[in-house]
Design a protein around this ligand. Structure first.
Ligand code: ZN
Length: 230
């Protein structure tokens, strides 16, 4: 694959004169060249700590293969390697990679948000069209004749029975001031004495409004902000 292809660059870091004769022209003109390997892909650039060395003749410009080196030349060559000062290795992402990562950083949260919004919408539609016993709703009480100034808090309601025209809900004890940190209530917090009936038609039409009354005939109005189906 083209994206995986890697090029290696030899970065010169040191050179020195070496003893001995050129096997090609006989001149006493051998030079050792030292390189540090730099590897590059489409996405990354890396300077390794790997060294490479080469011996050439400055008289005939030809390269001397290691097979032709004598002991003195080999040792001088190794000494040169010790002298060579390596550049500090590094690794970095190239611009296309950085752009791609920036794009992913933008797109992934957007995608997660879109999926979550779509899931919420599906759940809200399913529950408001056809509530089922066990569904839980996070709701905000709305002013009524009997309760003109409800506390502006959220509370959980549980659907306990569903009829053709109305359905019954029971509030859980406890409330919270913001919808995002409203803990899921335990079943022991149910308050059956506050059970009320709500219109299925109103809920179905609006997707949010619970309008009804309790056993004593007191009005109950809620605006539903969150939906949960076990
Ligand atoms: Zn030569």
């Amino acid at each position: 694959m083209a994206t995986l292809s890697m090029t290696t660059t030899y970065r010169p870091i040191h050179q020195l004169s070496l003893p001995g004769q050129c096997p090609h022209c006989g001149a006493q003109a051998l030079t050792g060249h030292y390189f540090q390997l730099q590897r590059e892909t489409r996405w990354t650039l890396r300077l390794t700590d790997q060294l490479s060395r080469r011996v050439s003749c400055t008289a005939c410009q030809r390269e001397c293969a290691p097979a032709t080196w004598d002991k003195a030349l080999t040792e001088a060559c190794q000494a040169g390697e010790q002298q060579a000062v390596r550049l500090p290795p590094f690794f970095r992402w190239k611009t296309p990679a950085k752009l791609l990562m920036a794009m992913l950083l933008l797109v992934v949260p957007l995608l997660i948000w879109a999926i979550s919004a779509w899931t919420d919408h599906q759940l809200r539609t399913a529950i408001s069209q056809q509530p089922q016993p066990g569904d839980r709703l996070l709701a905000m009480p709305i002013a009524t004749d009997t309760d003109p100034e409800p506390k502006s808090t959220y509370l959980w309601l549980k659907v306990v029975q569903v009829g053709d025209l109305e359905f019954s809900l029971i509030p859980y004890a406890g409330s919270c001031t913001t919808r995002d940190d409203c803990p899921k209530p335990s079943e022991s917090a149910l308050q059956p004495g506050l059970r009320f009936q709500a219109s299925r038609e109103d809920f179905r039409k609006t997707g949010n409004n619970l309008n009804g009354q309790d056993a004593r005939g007191a009005e109950r109005h809620y605006f539903v902000v969150d939906f949960e189906r076990p």
